[in-house]
Design a protein around this ligand. Sequence first.
Ligand code: BDP
Length: 766
Amino acid sequence: YDGSDLWLRYEPVGDPGLLARYRAALGAIVVENAGRTEVHRHTANLAMAPGSTEHLVRSTLEAARDELVRGLGGLLGRPVPVRGGFPGRAVVVGTPDSSPLVRRYVPARDLSSLGDDGYLIRSVSRGGHSSVFIAANTDLAALYGTFAFLRRLQAQQPVTGLDIRSVPRIHHRHLNYWETERLYAGNNTAGTGGLNGENGAIFDFAATGASAALNLPVILDRYLVAARAMASVGINGITINNVNANSFYLTPAAIEQEAALADALRPYGIKLAVSINYAAPTDARFAPDTLTREELDPYSAKFRDWWTRRARQLQAAIPDFMGFTVKANSEGQPGPQDLGYDHGDGANGMAAAVAPLGMRIFWRTFVYNADVDADRLKRAYLEFGPIDEEPQPDGTKGRFARNVFLQTKNGPLDYQAREPANPLFGRMEHTNQALELQITQEYTGQNTMLCYLGPLWEEVLKSDTYATDEHGRLLEKRLVGNVVDGTAQGHPDSAIVGVANFGNAGNLTGHHFAQANLYAFGRLAWDWTLDARGIAEDWVRLTWSNRDPVVRTIVAMMMGSREALVSYQTPLGVAHQFRSSDHYGPNPAERLARDDWSPVYYNRADRAGLGYDRSPTGSGFTAQYFPVLAARYGDIETVPENLLMWFHHVPWDRRLRSGRIFWDELVYRYQTGVHYVSWMRRAWDSLEPCLDARRFAEVKAKLAAHEADAGTWRDTCVHYWQEFNGLPVPTDGPLAIEIVVGGRRIGGFDAGAPSYTIPVAAGTSP
Ligand code: BDP
């Protein structure tokens, strides 16, 4: 088995008793009126590659029916027939609109609170037989319910006596697809061509040529696996190109291909958006419809009309096109500031251009400029905060238009393995905010290291902003997740975005365990209150095995993996020590032309100590947080140790909570991280008899490289710090590693004293 079906494997149920029960309960599939909507407009461009096991479906209900045929057939080890009528012992899928059975057996009031995306799964008895109803208000939600039901069987949970209801907390659950730029995920060079040498991307566009059919059919089967995987966890949109945007994606040749892609993804509820360059109107490819640089004025009719025309073209080909993602005045990209305007002017100009078409603008807040403020982290709030506060003529506050989302990375720096939450969350009261997480492992081991990001995201989503009202009183329900889902500030619209890791590798993500990050993102996007451990367990059962010892071991490996990575790469809050060429290996000594791209800028190593002082006596960045956090982070006595160097320059001999001095503690952390990887390698080896040969061997090979590279991180960093402090490296006693989640020990290994604990998902709150 090569991993190419991700978690949609549908392996036959191994336990004979359970198999018999499933077979007895699930005798037929009933999806009334499955073929009634025709959703393909560009079908001429779509065809499967010869020998593909995927096939095109025409409607969402057809996708649900086919998934049940595939899933139940696989799990039950024999075909389950599709039937009309009401045969009993059936799985019935539909909406009141599509299905007379749903109208008859599911009371309308039970559906009324499900919204457009929620579903219910319930057992219904009739004539001595029980059937399972998967019902919703829309076909898409019925598809979500179908996947959730199949997940139950995959994880060997009961399928009788069901009464399940699930509604997502966040409306827009999107991926941003950037692998075209640096290929961190599963890529090899055996692509079929692709735009500008962007081999390795899953969406493989032909740069030239009249026919949109040029590359699509060859890889359509892979798109459909990706589409099913996305839909199975509720992802409902994707921005298909890099944020450092190439305007090709707005040209007619590209739009024709995007339309074909949109058609293939539409039955699965995945809508398209495109990243744009603010100065696209000046691009010669649009001649004679081009503007001059001076005409990029966001208030001018010329500028707005240009974008309206582009949006119209897209909408004509893709009726449900979502809008644009914009990286402006960030890392050299053009933007409204080039003409003396601010982000509010620029975002609103574009928003006005697309609002009549029902589209949105996702405007990124990833801005920094160390020439203006010495501390790069301060820039985003300085640029966006005042616009959010600005009084409006109608008496309200905040200038950003309603159809603008500000898209903000979880931390104030750049997708590091640990960051405090971005201070923009909680402070931007009057603006729609989308949380942007990085699924692809740019800074977390890329395609080589096993790093489960669930704990990182859980930590962020459950971080308290400690927001206060105008009297300084703490407000209720102000976790980052509450801000993102709109409940904290009463925003009706909400969004979360994951920068995704599909490539053209057979298993789509390169490292088999990178699939877990995609899965976890989707599950958390649906319900951010879930815990990362439970998600990991689900994923392991769906992807690897249902045998309890195997599940326990793999979950334990995953749950400690991120904390281990933090330990051997950037322990105790030192950030961004990556070599600039690839963001994979270490280079703490690197000094680049730009200060704020340089590891030395972040580590500030000197004879006195290590770390960046952002306290009131340093850069003062801590003041951007609400008072509780500002005080906690600003004081070296109270800052959480896992963020120590994020906020303070720490003396080498400072005594830490373990009783060790800072230098010794630092070295122990590096050691611990490497030891953990060695333990993961041994734990994996112990699973050989229980796992399929190919994937076992592939992960084994990755873990060997992982272990070596973790050692390189430790050695490079420790030796470099030593050049400043001249202190001896403390002897490496054997370590006992415990993996503790939420106070509960879930695994670890004992190699003798001194004992050492990796606090998993301990969070940055106390
Ligand atoms: C950085 C990446 C760069 C992205 C940038 C961004 O290295 O490729 O363009 O983030 O988010 O981490 O815009």
